[in-house]
Structure formats: C-alpha cells, structure tokens
Design a protein around this ligand. Structure first.
Ligand SMILES: [Zn+2]
Ligand SMILES: [Zn+2]
Length: 130
C-alpha cells in the first residue's frame, strides 16, 4: 500500500497516511474560514492508526473536543483531530487531486460563486444537524 505524504509550508511538520479515508468533506464555517484565511476548507478523515505524524505540532482547540494542529515555525494548519479520527487538510498533501470531497458542511456560509461538482451531500451546518 502506498503512503500519501504531506506537511506544512516549511517542512518541519510532516505526515504520512496509509489507505483510503473514511470520508472527505468541505467546510464553509467561520472557524475554518478564519483559521485558513480561505473561503472554505477541505479535509479527508482517517483513523488515527492510518496516520504517522513527525515534527512538533501545536494545537488550538477551536471547540471542545476538536483540536487543530499547526506548525509552530511557519503557522501552517495541517490537520484537525477529535475522538473520531484525524482530518488531513487537502492543502497539506504533497500532490494535488487526492480524495475528492463528497459532502459539505455549513452551506449557510458558502460563497455563492463556488462550484464544487463532486459533492453529493449538503448540510446547512454540522453533519449531525447541530
Ligand atoms: Zn512549518
Ligand atoms: Zn469548519
């Protein structure tokens, strides 16, 4: 099985992941927008056992039970984690076009000009309807 690799801008924080993600999504929430400085954020969710992280990450808890890991040297946000697994952000992967997203969260904050053709599931807010 081939490992997909990625990391932060400066290379101090790296990851390698084995296998396929459990799900792949896009989030338009205000936290993701602000923390990434981008109109939306996208991620692939894996079991913790699939992912090996090297280098030191700092963690910011943007809500209870959810931590966002970033590189303390360059500030890049690389992954998020909660009890359900680890979300590797698409922008951190070394190669493009891996794991197209199939669902989106927080469409109430979606930019009207976005066209994301692979999405099949649309949630006004979080997945659980909260
Ligand atoms: Zn870095
Ligand atoms: Zn979000």
């Amino acid at each position: 099985m081939t490992a997909r690799t990625g990391g932060c801008f400066c290379g101090a924080l790296r990851f390698a992941v084995q296998g396929e993600p459990k799900r792949v999504g896009v989030c338009h929430c205000l936290d993701c927008r602000k923390l990434h400085g981008a109109p939306f954020m996208s991620f692939a969710v894996f079991d913790r056992a699939q992912v090996a992280v090297t280098g030191g990450a700092r963690r910011l808890h943007s809500k209870p039970g959810y931590a966002r890991a970033f590189c303390p040297a360059c500030g890049s946000h690389v992954f998020g984690e909660d009890e359900g697994g680890i979300e590797l952000y698409h922008g951190g992967f070394d190669e493009p076009d891996l794991f197209p997203p199939t669902y989106e969260l927080w469409t109430v904050r979606r930019e009207s000009w976005l066209d994301l053709p692979t999405l099949r599931e649309h949630h006004a807010r979080d997945r659980n309807g909260a």
